[in-house]
Design a protein around this ligand. Sequence first.
Ligand SMILES: *Cc1c(COP(=O)(O)O)cnc(C)c1O
Length: 810
Amino acid sequence: MFNDKETFKQVFREDLIGKLGKPLEEASNADVYNILGNMIRENAGRHWADTNQKYKADKDKQVYYFSMEFLIGRLLGNNLLNMGVLEVVREGLADLGFSLADIEEEEADAGLGNGGLGRLAACFLDSLASLQYAGHGCGIRYKYGLFEQKIVDGYQVELPDYWLQKDNVWEVRREDKQVEVRFWGHVETRAENGELVFEHKDYEAVRAVPYDIPIIGADRRHVNTLRNWSAESITQSTRTFGTFAGTDYHKFLEYKRSVESISEFLYPDDSEYEGKLLRLKQQYFLCSAGLQSILRTFGKLGLPYESLPDKVALHINDTHPTLVIPELMRILMDEHGMGWNKAWDITTRMVSYTNHTILSEALERWPLQMVRELMPRIFLIIEEINARFCGELMSRYPGDQPRIEQMAIIHDDQVRMAHLAIVASHSVNGVAALHTEILQKREMRLFNEMYPHRFNNKTNGITHRRWLMHANPELAGLINDSIGTRWIHHPQEMIGLIKYCEDASFQEQVAAIKRRNKLRLAEYISSKHGVQVDPDSIFDVQVKRLHAYKRQLLNILHILHLYNQIKDNPSMDMVPRTFIFGAKAAPSYHLAKRIIKLINTVADVVNNDPDVKGKIRIFFLENYSVSLAEKIIPAADVSEQISTASKEASGTGNMKFMMNGALTLGTMDGANVEMHEMVGDNNMFLFGLRAEQVLDYYQYGGYHARDIYAGDSRVREVLDQLVNPGPICCHSQEFDTIFQTLLDNNDEFFVLKDFASYVETHVEIDRAYRNQKEWLKKSIINIGHSGKFSSDNTISRYASEIWKIHPIRL
Ligand SMILES: *Cc1c(COP(=O)(O)O)cnc(C)c1O
């Protein structure tokens, strides 16, 4: 590798000539990106091979993290950072006349995820490799990632995200590791030597080809694998055509198209259950391909299958990969001749499950008929698991039919994936203390009663390497200068910053860094919107998926109220605010799209009203993604985490902001509760209903949104503006739906109920910001405590408490 700038420059020039036949002077940014990316991957290649060699030689236990989403974003910057050559490359490129920041912009943002759940998987991979654990990702190589969002006339427009148009320098196609996945057909059952034998006949075979991406740990030597599967047609033999059993060309084309569609698109639905056959196909494709390849690797160790649970842990990220359970049972029984009890024991000792949501519309249920037709053998196994489980329930709770119905895996001709996942896992974890408590005491109470030791909490985390060191290098540098560099390996040592919270010179440096980050973001916004942004205003940010429970609506209604106040009193005394939004709405989520339009409409009115005189400005930044998040979050003063209490399982955006010194304006929800536990009332701005109150309202009623509309003139004014002719509602009824969900449908997410408390808390923020010394003190206290939310911390707890693995020294 190159450890100094001069060597780097020399190697780089040679590569450019050798690979592109171009002298430096003719190289474009895209050329530089490609050469550099390939150079880094090739360099990592040696460590990659060594790491795998070591795992194999020592027969170390491997963890496989199954996830339908890996929202990894760009890799170049983070790989340079983890390989310890970021500065060498930055300076070397500068000497050659290139800016590393511009080169990084050449990389497609790998958007193979919707939001928090997919980003968590990506942070976990980084921590696994950096902490030297043998842990890998299992995913799908979608040809199209999450759609690209454009805002046209204030409306969201979705464009396909064909991220592979640019060469992906990080992936390696491994044709030699392909496996076959089988759909449709039927199962023949017969007895052989007194044993039942199941044979899957007339199936349609799909070729699963893996593309491997090296996951480079922070010690540069430890390189794990993210294996993404691509679905391809089988062309070699007609036998595998299954049902068409012939060479009919049209049938072949039909088959080819249907196969390739399996890994074509990521479903752009966040937390809403997507009931599509193709989605179920994607899930089984991932589970079957992933497992076959894992078991093949295990098979090469020459160990008995009884030792599988000591050598392999399978983790499922939400219920989407739950089919690993029946698929593992199938392979153990049908391919390795194991009996049910033994296969079940092995399976349950290998699988662990993370629950991500209690939203009932997000709990996966598949029609039994669809499961039976698409995966006939898997269907039989699920049926048998259900029959045995119900048998156990009957002997434990004789006569308690309601309980059995509530807990059954198959009910109402549907398979409840969460129940299957709980019954067949040795560990079920929630993602924040409050969320786990709600799971145990309410949503999954009966399961918790039956399996009291199975449930546990693992609060989510974020990798401080991407979200602090890479996104905010100046702040990371300041931390190094003040407490040394040990925090990089032990992020909880960031707590050492607390002693500088009142130090004037430290505060000034924190403020100066924040201001430069704000200037950079202001420049980005100006380049997109053609409007100047005041870097001395409070940057008040809400960026996350658009969802009713996340309550972007509360935010924009409050802004409209602020605007009304300014119109009434143009000389109103307030610290100028820049409100920044970023959010994608699922394409079929009508209400969410209307909220985007409302934000843009209010922005248009407010930003162009001379009476406002720059007191408030509103920007909706299109196409929120990992790379955009890295630009926005270091520049934020206020972090909006305002979900209806009990609804946001954890949140991870909240942690990214905290780590970058923003102060949280939030509800007592998800991990906000744990942030509050650490920093206290003084260093956070909390408002609104508590989870207990929300859940009680759902259970017992007693909330009437109309009473608030009738009793609070501020609420009445803003809601009427949505539907009465005026600047917000010019000539159509496009905000009627919003008005109706709040009043006719009684405001499911308590937007109006929390409105007054939210308004008050904003006033408090205005007051607090005026005292910069106090504000900076709070900011530093937040940064200091944020190390607890490093995913390194989260992953070491998964490792020791769920997976039972240890770091592997290379
Ligand atoms: C962190 C992150 C999220 C999750 O944000 P929440 O505020 O926790 O919902 C979503 N999308 C992207 C691109 C992220 O980086």
